[in-house]
Design a protein. Structure first.
Length: 267
């Protein structure tokens, strides 16, 4: 009898330990629901990373998210907010439902990306003048396991050749891109497991520049980004732009589930 009681007590203890571990693994202590707002013709939900510095070494993005009204109807994502890594705060937008929406539920998973040299997700490439152009700058040790990844600086000559017939709509006209107006041009190819993020180390922001252009080639998975960093930037300043690189991998990412209920939508 004592043996049976001991086994029953052990089962209870193990069950409590299991519940405690699950609670710890799936706690919401690192992700906070910031707000739900009615903005013009869409609903915007905002989430924040808790207890971490808001800098380029602590990034979050959605792996998945589903929002519903009080009846369980799924809201339709209007795709206006790009799902990319941000510093401490991320948003998603939904079309307005037919019925007035006073409260919203949201559940899903957030990816917390903490790049570092130790986990092979942070690389210092050097200044633009010292880096080869039109070649893959991703470390060979990364390419050995992920040969489809690409990051490179695009020369002015290569841009003019690749996009010589490309036109953009500007001022109600179709115009060629004047690549001399841009201070930095990069080419990026990523996959589902590896986000590739260029960093200018003198600018503590992921969305650097203004009047930028992004061109995508879905068939080959290549993305070209044209950055205007400073009005009137000289060639010497362009040559001395310091470039760093973040490459997402399993060692540098933590997945944080969340499930928030009945949050009021602010009008």
């Amino acid at each position: 009898m004592c043996h049976l009681k001991f086994l029953k007590n052990m089962k209870k203890i193990l069950l409590l330990v299991g519940i405690t571990l699950c609670t710890s693994l799936y706690s919401q202590q690192k992700i906070n629901f910031d707000r739900a707002s009615l903005v013009y013709d869409f609903i915007e939900l905002s989430f924040k990373l808790d207890d971490k510095p808001i800098d380029k070494f602590h990034l979050i993005k959605f792996e998945s998210i589903e929002a519903t009204d009080k009846k369980g109807n799924i809201l339709i994502d209007n795709q206006d907010a790009e799902n990319s890594y941000k510093r401490g705060n991320i948003v998603v937008r939904y079309d307005l439902p037919k019925d007035p929406l006073k409260n919203v539920n949201a559940k899903g998973v957030v990816k917390y990306f903490k790049p570092s040299k130790e986990n092979h997700s942070y690389f210092t490439l050097g200044k633009v003048k010292d880096v080869n152009k039109d070649v893959n700058l991703i470390d060979k040790s990364i390419l050995a396991k992920n040969s489809g990844l690409y990051f490179g600086l695009v020369s002015l000559e290569s841009a003019n050749t690749t996009f010589k017939d490309f036109l953009i709509h500007k001022d109600n006209q179709k115009k060629k891109i004047d690549f001399n107006n841009y201070d930095l041009i990069v080419a990026i190819k990523r996959d589902k497991e590896h986000e590739v993020i260029p960093i200018i180390s003198t600018i503590d922001d992921l969305d650097f520049g203004y009047d930028n252009i992004t061109l995508e080639y879905p068939k080959i998975g290549m993305i070209y980004k044209f950055y205007k960093l400073k009005n009137g930037m000289t060639q010497e300043e362009r040559n001395n732009i310091p470039i760093e690189l973040f490459i997402e991998n399993g060692e540098s990412v933590q997945k944080i589930p969340f499930d928030f209920k009945n949050f009021q939508v602010k009008q």
